[in-house]
Design a protein around this ligand. Structure first.
Ligand code: NAD
Length: 269
């Protein structure tokens, strides 16, 4: 099949594990140069890069260490990318974490850390991407859009989540960041969307899956009765980055086996 992202360059943040690693591979498989941002795991970041290079002889991947909540790190990552590959066409702002606590026990540090990484980190990366799109100008030979931004949100941008108020607030914030950016830069042909994963098997939610009882409880909120895998998100991200989805902007695509259909209200569940 034709490679849909040939000649384009994509930065994926938090790409040394889980969803980010799968997205980096899916986008690499479509022919894009991929920058694998990592924060702590250089070894697994290198494994993802090696895998992408194995897809075809011209496949290019580089790893870059950066803390997405630090302005100077994000700027250095974009500079290095532009120096190596010439520009950036696609950003997948994926890095994120949880710091769970009952709200009356949540420390300001726990609140701040999640907002800094999940929300401010996505702002910093999106801002740098838009600056580069505007500086570089259109590249009609590779894409109809000036550039594409995909925010990794969550079903918890709309489903409230007690015990995780910092996380839910960060994802609700990402929704308004994404929609406002789509509105602001639509006229310049920047497409901005979110993916809202449901329960995907990754290190972030290990504790919600580590016993048969917990898995059964999780299944109760998934109408499609399957826990997702990272490649479920990778394939959607590759399509959302491609011109096949050129008329989609300002939207969250939930990839959640129906979790946002509130299965608790079903009488036949
Ligand atoms: P994960 O823990 O495997 O991946 C998160 C990645 O973010 C890690 O590689 C981590 O190193 C990186 N990261 C953390 N802090 C960082 C920082 N300051 N700078 C750069 N990178 C940093 O978990 P995942 O499930 O793959 O999560 C990826 C994204 O998907 C997150 O935004 C998460 O909120 C979202 N998500 C996951 C699920 C799920 O069920 N797994 C559901 C909804 C949303």
């Amino acid at each position: 099949p034709n490679k849909r992202l040939l000649g384009q360059t994509c930065i994926v943040t938090g790409a040394s594990s889980g969803i980010g690693a799968a997205v980096a591979q899916a986008i690499g498989q479509e022919g894009a140069n991929v920058v694998i941002n990592y924060h702590t795991h250089e070894d697994t970041a290198n494994e993802v890069a090696e895998k992408i290079r194995s897809f075809h002889p011209d496949a290019k991947a580089m790893i870059f260490k950066a803390d997405v909540s630090k302005e100077s790190d994000v700027e250095a990552m974009f500079e290095a990318t532009i120096k190596t590959f010439g520009t950036v066409d696609i950003l997948v702002a994926n890095a994120g974490l949880q710091q769970d606590a009952a709200t009356h026990e949540m420390t300001l540090d726990q609140w701040q850390k999640v907002i800094d990484i999940n929300l401010t980190g996505q702002f910093l990366c999106a801002r740098s991407a838009i600056r580069e799109f505007l500086r570089r100008g259109p590249r009609p030979e590779v894409s109809c859009a000036l550039g594409k931004i995909i925010h990794m949100s969550s079903v918890h941008e709309i489903i409230p989540w007690g015990g995780h108020v910092n996380y839910a607030a960060s994802k609700g914030g990402i929704n308004m960041l994404m929609q406002s950016l789509a509105q602001e830069y639509g006229p310049q042909k920047v497409r901005v969307n979110s993916i809202g994963p449901g329960a995907i098997k990754t290190p972030i939610n290990l504790s919600a899956r580590d016993s048969p009882e917990k898995r059964a409880k999780l299944m109760e909120v998934i109408p499609y009765k399957r826990i997702g895998v990272p490649s479920d998100i990778g394939s959607v991200a590759a399509w959302l980055a491609s011109d096949e989805s050129d008329y989609i902007t300002g939207t969250t695509i939930f990839v959640d086996g129906g979790m946002t259909c509130y299965p608790g209200f079903s009488e036949n569940g």
